[in-house]
Each structure stands twice: as structure tokens, then as C-alpha cells.
Design a protein around this ligand. Structure first.
Ligand code: XMP
Length: 305
């Protein structure tokens, strides 16, 4: 990319020309790619852009409120679909089946909302590496969150299709998007569901959301790791007061990585690990045990499922 300002003005001009007088929808996740697209399109076509933010109930703590605050002044549509997602996940324990259930539900909700809004154009945050990866696979056309849409749009706009991730971050800075968006850790599309081993329930999601928030609160600013989070491994024995209890086992995962293909555990001082463990067990009474995952990738993956 030659010049960020030049890119921004030509992207805005392109969106204006392509959209004409049509209504444009997009799936806004709050990640840097979709956020940059929303900011560009909002400048280009104002409230004819309708970003749809689907609250899957599997998002991090405070995420939906954050999105409302950041994008509240554009015509954002927030869809509370938590119950639908939990319903779709009931009884499913296989990791890939979970991903599929979430992806399908996401597409269904998105299609339903887009139809109700009468939008004829789709805006997508596809970036250059996505296009390389999907060559020969699912076409990036009509593809939201990795699944194909069964809906026809007159036009598909992909304003950041030629950018690499670091260029997208640069554009985010130039568009004055908050620093936390510009430098966000990757967060998987299926959300907290891949950080809960086995069946996903409302209770488990509530536990892991809180634990995840504590881990991020303790580690993000200080270490700027590639990723850090908590995962819920299952039930184990513990003792609280005079009683032996059955409580959740939480793993802390914090890794450095260049591209997510390999990763190394973060070297966190023991004192700090103890503090994180103690915050988790005292703030979340149903947790009996906290462990620190010291496995690099390979052989482990970064996420737990
Ligand atoms: P793994 O766990 O495979 O993760 O070592 C590598 C990177 O990919 C992210 N990840 C996902 N992202 N949907 C996504 O959008 C997924 O299903 C998914 N699974 C893993 C993970 O957070 C890490 O950055």
C-alpha cells in the first residue's frame, strides 16, 4: 500500500460508486477488518450502511456494549441471538460439529436480518491473505464468517481485499478507530465455544467469560501476547470451606506467536500466575482449580478445541 490517506479516499470513492443508492449490509464482529470496513463505508454512504452485529452469547465480557459505544453513531443493528445459539449447541460435544452449528446459525440469523432490512449489497472485510487461503475453496463471494450465504446480492463490496493485516491496522489508526480495535488479539469466530471442552451450556459460558476477562485484564496490557485467554476443561474435586466440592477446572493459556501456525507459552512470573489463579477462584465460586498451560504449538493447538 503506497499511502494510507490515498487508500482511504479511493476506498470511500469506490464504495460510493458501487453502492449507488442501494442499502448495504455487513456482519460486524468488532475485529479490525470488519471495523475498518464499517468505518470506511459509513464515511462513504452514511446510514445506507447497516452493519449487523450478531450477539451469539459466546462473546467476551462487555463486547456487545463496547461495539455499541464505538459504532453507536452509525446505523448499527445489534441482534441478540444468544438463546438461538445455545439452543443450536445443545447436546453437541464434537469440536467440528460445534463450529458447524455456530457457523450455520450465524448465516441463518444474518440472512434473516439482511432480508428484513431490504439490503441489496453485501460488504465484506475480506483481506488479501483470506483470498489466497480461499482460492480453490469456498468463494469469498457470499461468504460470511466462513460459510456460504444462500442469498443473492446485487453487489458484493470488498474494500480491503488487497490489504495485508498490518496495512489494515494502519488504516484503522488513520480512521481513528480505538487502539483496542487496532491492536486486538485474534478471537475465534465461534467465540468462547471453542474454549469450553464438551457441551456448551449457558452456565459454562458464564464461567469462562468471567475467567477469560480476568486473564485478559492481567496480561494484555503488560505483555501484549499474541493471545491470552481462559478455557474450561471440565469438573474436578476441590474444597471450599469444610466441604469437598465438584468445581470447574480452568486453564490459563497465554502464547506468543508470529502467525498462529506455531506458538510458545508466555513466561509469566509465578507470583503473577498465583494472583490470576486466586482472582479466578475467588471471583467465580464454582471454580475449584486453575492450571497454567505450558504446551507450545505443536504439539498443542492454541485453542482447546
Ligand atoms: P489453533 O487453535 O488452530 O489456532 O492453534 C490458530 C489461530 O486460529 C484461531 N482459531 C480460529 N479462528 N475460527 C476462527 O475464526 C475458528 O474456528 C478458529 N479456531 C482457532 C485461534 O484463535 C488462533 O489465533
Amino acid at each position: 500500500m503506497v499511502n494510507t490517506e490515498k487508500f482511504i479516499s479511493s476506498a470511500i470513492a469506490e464504495i460510493r460508486t458501487m453502492a449507488g443508492n442501494e442499502r448495504v449490509v455487513m456482519a460486524l464482529s468488532g475485529g479490525v477488518d470488519s471495523s475498518v470496513c464499517a468505518a470506511l463505508a459509513s464515511r462513504a454512504i452514511g446510514d445506507r450502511l447497516i452493519p449487523i452485529y450478531i450477539d451469539t452469547g459466546l462473546m467476551r465480557k462487555g463486547e456487545t456494549e463496547r461495539i455499541r459505544t464505538i459504532f453507536g453513531d452509525i446505523s448499527l443493528k445489534v441482534v441478540d441471538a444468544g438463546d438461538e445459539f445455545i439452543g443450536a449447541l445443545a447436546g453437541i460435544t464434537d469440536p467440528e460439529a460445534k463450529r458447524k452449528a455456530i457457523g450455520e446459525r450465524f448465516i441463518r440469523v444474518f440472512e434473516r436480518e439482511a432480508k428484513m432490512l431490504g439490503a441489496t449489497c453485501l460488504l465484506q472485510g475480506t483481506i488479501y491473505p483470506d483470498r489466497i487461503e480461499s482460492e480453490g475453496g469456498i468463494k469469498s463471494h457470499h461468504n460470511v464468517g466462513g460459510m456460504p450465504l444462500h442469498m443473492e446480492f446485487k453487489k458484493v463490496l470488498e474494500p480491503i481485499r488487497d490489504l495485508y493485516k498490518d496495512e489494515v491496522r494502519e488504516v484503522a489508526g488513520a480512521l481513528n478507530l480505538p487502539r483496542e480495535i487496532q491492536h486486538r488479539m485474534p478471537f475465534p469466530g465461534p467465540g468462547l465455544a471453542v474454549r469450553v471442552l464438551g457441551e456448551v451450556t449457558k452456565e459454562k459460558v458464564a464461567v469462562i467469560r468471567e475467567a477469560n476477562w480476568i486473564v485478559e485484564d492481567e496480561l494484555v496490557e503488560q505483555y501484549r501476547p499474541w493471545q491470552c485467554f481462559a478455557a474450561l476443561l471440565g469438573l474436578g474435586t476441590g474444597v471450599k470451606g469444610d466441604n469437598r466440592i465438584h468445581g470447574w477446572i480452568i486453564a490459563i493459556r497465554a502464547v506468543n506467536s508470529r502467525d498462529g501456525m506455531t506458538a510458545d507459552p508466555l513466561d509469566i512470573p509465578f507470583e503473577q500466575l498465583l494472583r490470576i489463579g486466586s482472582r479466578i477462584t475467588s471471583d467465580i465460586p464454582s471454580v475449584a482449580r486453575v492450571v497454567y498451560d505450558i504446551t507450545p504449538k505443536p504439539p498443542a493447538t492454541i485453542e482447546y478445541e
